[in-house]
Design a protein around this ligand. Structure first.
Ligand code: NAI
Ligand SMILES: O=C(O)[C@H](O)CS(=O)(=O)O
Length: 489
């Protein structure tokens, strides 16, 4: 077998080629492995175990055992462990970023940003651990006290995508561990190494064996056990709506609490009174971050006719200036797409839009570097009948659609089954609030192109999902309420 590429790590022990189950680093029962290759070069980075149902069952049992002790730990003790994990993530940020870029392809500067973002959820929920307060409710009967207690929901399962392979894990495991839950993490098959490196640091931080388990391998087999096993009381999934819907159905027989962070189709609306330079800057951030591979990525640019030509020209010039290359190289802004299928979907969207009358203002084809690199692309005069209006491109393509009136913009923006993120650039306060109030989305950026943060509730409506992650709201999904009617006093 090919040798693995040597990553330049200060601490090579962070690159783990094993699963973590019950505090032991193990191989798959079958001995089989999965190759992890760098999307920029195709080089073999690592091999991880091709685990399945039996390993997952052991991991769930380990989490159940570990939780008996972890849930009884004082909140401030759990907070100390999470604080230590946060500090270890920052101390090892360079190695964690190199591992992330090697398996996912995003530029190192974005990987560092993702590690900071991932660590912020550990910091945030370590603090929230100490504030899981209950209630005492005025009694309805003399001599009775009404108490409301909150307790950890039980063993959680986290199934995460390849596009943010570190932050999507801590956004789920952070609140779970904070309230005293133990869990089983199934990272995306393409990007397991960031999860395994996090698990190494979680051990070092003092998370007891069995509280953090990471199982790699067959998504269907692992997911099948995670959703069917009655010991698992909470499933948190981030990924496509198609898979999310399947997992929800698989959870139904055991009535699991489920949070779903699913697909998006974000409108990026630019009104005539917008600051156009700010709108272009925001569009570049909202569209091309992670080479467009983000569920909150702007997928449709809706531009009012008065500023359409000016915005189109400035956006095309700014997009054309984005440097494409290997994420390990300084100055690179756009890394490769995750694989060939992703490139094919981008090409299909562009070809279909052009066939229906769109013009290519910049880009439009595979980058000369070859592989899964693609040129930053801006399309103008795109028809609402184009595939790209309805489907999430998940690539570096900005399609511009023209509108005349405020009502038309709102109707176009809402004309999608999805409702995750939306963006509005305007200066008239009355217009801004009328549009925000009428947008059917879970999150709205106003004159902001980057809105994801640990302090705010992240999540969508309609086919974009269920529940919220991060913020003071994100911890509720890992808690159960117990009402106590205390009589005989
Ligand atoms: N709402 C959000 O925050 C996010 C949504 N997404 C969405 O996910 C898609 C791209 O990410 P992908 O990883 O390709 O999504 P995906 O849905 O194919 O995979 C997500 C995770 O589910 C696992 N999975 C796939 N099939 C499964 C099955 N049958 N049983 C159990 N697990 C299974 C994968 O291994 C991965 O770990 C896009 O649609 C994007 O919009 C991605 C990231 C964030
Ligand atoms: O958008 C996504 O795919 C993830 O949720 C990443 S982020 O927007 O939370 O940074």
């Amino acid at each position: 077998m090919n040798s693995t590429a040597t990553l330049n790590l200060k601490d090579p022990d962070l690159l783990r080629q094993a699963m973590l189950i019950d505090g032991e680093w193990v191989q798959a029962d079958s001995g089989q492995t999965i190759e992890i290759r760098n999307p920029a070069t195709g080089e073999l980075v690592a091999r991880v175990p091709n685990g399945g149902e039996t390993e997952t069952r052991r991991a769930i049992a380990a989490a159940e055992r570990a939780m008996q002790g972890w849930r009884k730990t004082l909140p401030k003790e759990r907070a100390k462990v999470l604080r230590k994990l946060y500090e270890l993530m920052l101390e090892n940020i360079e190695d964690l970023a190199v591992i992330l870029t090697a398996e996912q392809g995003k530029p190192l500067v974005e990987s560092r940003g993702e590690i900071l973002y991932a660590a912020s959820f550990i910091e945030w929920f370590g603090e929230e651990a100490k504030r899981v307060n209950g209630d005492i409710i005025p009694q309805n009967v003399d001599g009775r006290r009404i108490l409301v207690q909150k307790a950890p929901i039980g063993v959680f399962a986290a199934i995460t995508p390849w596009n943010f392979p570190s932050a999507m894990i801590t956004r789920k495991a952070g609140p779970g561990w904070a309230v005293g839950c133990a869990g089983v993490i199934k990272p995306a098959s393409q990007t397991p190494l960031s999860a395994l490196a996090l698990a190494v640091l979680a051990e070092r931080a003092g998370l007891p064996p069995g509280v953090c388990n990471v199982v790699t391998g067959s998504a269907r087999a692992i997911g099948g056990e995670l959703t069917a096993n009655p010991v698992v009381r909470k499933l948190s999934f981030t990924g496509s709506t198609e898979v999310g819907s399947l997992l929800l159905a698989q959870c139904a027989p055991t009535i699991k609490k489920a949070s779903m962070e699913l697909g998006g189709n974000a409108p990026f609306i630019v009104f005539d009174d917008a600051d156009i330079d700010a709108a272009v800057k925001g569009a570049i951030a909202a569209k091309y971050r992670n080479t467009g591979q983000a569920c909150v990525a702007a997928n449709r640019m809706l531009v009012q006719s008065g500023v359409y030509d000016q915005f189109a020209k400035k956006l095309a010039d700014a997009a054309a200036a984005l440097r494409v290359g290997n994420g390990m190289d300084d100055g690179v802004v756009l890394g490769p797409l995750i694989n060939g299928d992703a490139v094919q979907k981008v090409e299909e969207h562009i070809a279909d839009a052009v066939e229906k009358g769109a013009r290519i203002a910049t880009g439009g084809k595979r980058h000369p570097l070859g592989g899964s690199y693609f040129e930053p692309t801006v399309l103008t005069d795109v028809s609402r009948d184009a595939l790209i209006f309805n489907d999430e491109t998940f690539g570096p393509v900005a399609p511009l659609f023209r509108f005349e009136t405020e009502d038309e913009a709102i109707a176009m923006a809402n004309d999608t089954p999805f409702g995750l993120a939306a963006y509005v650039y305007a200066r008239d306060v009355g217009l801004i609030f009328r549009v925000v109030d009428n947008l059917e989305f879970g999150m709205v950026g106003v004159n902001e192109g980057m809105i994801s943060t640990e302090v705010a509730p992240f999540g969508g409506v309609k086919s974009s999902g269920l529940g919220r992650e991060g913020s003071k709201y994100g911890i509720d999904d890992y808690l159960e309420i117990k009402y106590v009617a205390l009589g005989g006093l």
